[in-house]
Design a protein around this ligand. Sequence first.
Ligand code: ZN
Length: 240
Amino acid sequence: MPEVMLGGRPVPYQLVRNPRSRHVRMTLTPDGLRVSAPSRLPEREVHRAVASKERWLLRHADKLAPAPPIPLVDGMALPFLDGEVELGVREGARATGALTPLEGRLRVRTPDPLRVRELVERAYRDAAREWFRLQCEDHAQAIGAGPASIGIRDPRTRWGSCSSSGAVSFSWRLLMAPARVAEYVVVHELAHLVHLDHSPAFWDLVASVRPGHREESAWLAEHGAWLWRSPGTGPRPPCP
Ligand SMILES: [Zn+2]
């Protein structure tokens, strides 16, 4: 992977050659910095173009070089909405994972230490199923619509979705975001049951229930990369 020096440290980036592009374009993806450049532009020129955007890149420094996930170990604090839960890892014949917010715990039992992350994610998913169900119930009246079904997923490109048949789905990772951010996504998707577009009427409805929706969606835009790599990548960025 090519690297560029930014703020005194090497930052790796993925270089993609695009015969149709005429400029160097930089995008921040969940996997770090991606640079698309015209096929025949010498690498040195690409490098120079990336380096010239140093100030912009440093502002997004937390997304540039994805740190390898920290191993999830017994006793670690994991983010859960506005608080944390303590991870408990025990050996067991059967692999299980359960998140109990009221006790502030996420317990994993496993015969294989390499499965801890998978079981932690499974526990978050189960907790998400219950949390999003209650949230949809809570907000259905204000929005004037409730979903036909609720799915829990882990899509790479969005945090929630809504289909024309009335099915909504949410990423379990939202349980690691501040509660008001996760609630905003619920309201956003429920509002799509009324307006299946991003028209002014849609945003009016969202704003009537979530006056702070701009800050909430800005948090996701800014810290989405942190959510993708969590849990195990340090403390949650502060609430808007
Ligand atoms: Zn939308």
